[in-house]
Design a protein around this ligand. Sequence first.
Ligand code: GTP
Ligand code: MG
Length: 213
Amino acid sequence: MSQRIRKKAVFVGDAGVGKTTLLHYIHCGSFLDVSRTVLFLTRLSLKTCQTFLPAIYETRVSDVSVDGQEFEIAFWDSPGSPDYDRVRPLDYVSTDVFVLCFSVDQSDSLRNLREKWLPEVLYYCNDTYPTFLIVACRTDLRTDRVITEEFRKAGLKFVSFDEGEAFARGIGAFNYVECSCKRDKSTLDIFSEVARASLGSKRRIEKRECIIL
Ligand SMILES: Nc1nc2c(ncn2[C@@H]2O[C@H](COP(=O)(O)OP(=O)(O)OP(=O)(O)O)[C@@H](O)[C@H]2O)c(=O)[nH]1
Ligand SMILES: [Mg+2]
């Protein structure tokens, strides 16, 4: 029997891009509407809320079998709010793959991967260049009737596949993947992609060039 490979993946990105929902989805296969959960729970007693509110620092360890190899991967969620800027980097120690997440309806969240998250991760990783997987979240919003109408009226644009992929390519990420926890069953493939990325080998995106401007 092949030996189990132990890896650590940390999910980072702006607050509200969908990290916790994505982690819940790839582990449980169902969409967790965090906002509704909080809305519901805030109607309950404080004691109950403290018990059930979604954890901001949650780690789930899962066994994944990919390409004939057995992995035991610790998936680390992290809060995107600047309030946690001083404590969040404590999670970064011994990370094998950083999963940089943005939401396609928030172009700022892609810009912040370049301007905030990449520099933050690189700063705390000292002289090593870590492996990155870039994940575009909430892609169902690109075809949501209400949201697209709002965007049209406000003259806003969704982040396109090409823009996301160009960013990933530019920083030499392992891969770029898009997902929706609401509509896209292939979101479950992110599990395997994290495992592949954690091995640190480059694939598909070959260029490894840092473009912090
Ligand atoms: N339409 C849609 N909404 C989503 C999707 N994934 C997450 N959301 C919603 O986006 C909101 C934010 O999701 P979270 O998972 O809490 O975001 P987060 O990145 O963990 O945010 P922080 O923990 O604050 O850093 C919630 O209201 C989710 O229900 C998705 O695939 N599609
Ligand atoms: Mg979260």
